[in-house]
Design a protein around this ligand. Structure first.
Ligand code: GTB
Length: 217
């Protein structure tokens, strides 16, 4: 059954790999599943054909036969459930890996998204200078806790899992901010993730689409 995902026709990040299709590409590369990509414009994302796949008019979506999914967490869970390589066999270890998937999306990503919003969309507001350090410190609070838990381990709980895939994807968004470098074990964790051949293939595939295109408005 062929797999089709959607991605930005022109990613606003110009190919930095930060849009969420990279996570799905990475998961598919980790489990060795080929996939096709349908590129969508910002306008097309809000039209009925795409809204039928994604009620919020976003990318990525995932189609496999008569199954259509949205939300990267759900998509990656689906991929990990059906193919070996992203979740451990042992039931308790599997439950813990799934816990890390939720932790990445529900606990670590929200303050990081808040920081991106503060930096990108609020910098012209008169209160921005006062608010930004507060938002940065909320990110630091989470990173400090995550760093303490990771310690000197390579991955969050034993071998690499979908939990690490999502956590590293979330942390990648901080790379350009300098904040990640305040936590050397987390910076090394992200570098270790980026060094995985599956990540490199996923990154290269999205770059091939976006390289040379002017970033979307
Ligand atoms: N919770 C959903 C999921 O996990 O799938 C969130 C999906 C989402 O935010 N999609 C974004 C989107 O379609 C693209 S990834 N936005 C268009 C819209 O809402 O109209 C978010 C993203 C966008 C751009 C950058 N960037 O330029 O750096 C990074 C991340």
């Amino acid at each position: 059954m062929s797999i089709i995902i959607t991605a930005f026709e022109r990613s606003p990040d110009g190919g930095a790999g930060l849009a969420r299709d990279t996570r799905v590409r990475w998961a598919l590369e980790e489990v060795g599943q080929p996939y096709e990509v349908r590129l969508v414009s910002f306008r097309a994302m809000k039209e009925p054909a795409h809204l039928a796949l994604h009620p919020f008019g976003q990318i990525p979506t995932y189609e496999e036969g008569d199954l259509a999914l949205f939300e990267t967490g759900a998509v990656i869970f689906h991929i990990a459930e059906r193919h070996a390589g992203l979740l451990p066999e042992n039931a308790n270890a599997r439950a813990r890996a799934i816990t890390w998937m939720f932790a990445a999306l529900n606990t670590v990503e929200p303050p990081i998204l808040e920081l991106a919003t503060a930096r990108l969309l609020e910098s012209d507001k008169p209160w921005s200078k006062q608010r930004l350090p507060l938002v940065e410190n909320r990110v630091r609070d989470r990173l400090k806790q995550l760093s303490a838990r990771l310690g000197g381990a390579d991955w969050l709980d034993g071998g690499f899992s979908a939990g690490d895939l999502l956590m590293a994807s979330v942390l990648l968004r901080l790379k350009s901010s300098g904040i990640l470098d305040e936590y050397p074990n987390l910076a090394a964790y992200v570098a270790r993730s980026e060094a995985r051949p599956a990540y490199k293939r996923a990154f290269a595939a999205q770059l091939a689409i976006n390289a040379g295109k002017a970033p979307a408005d």
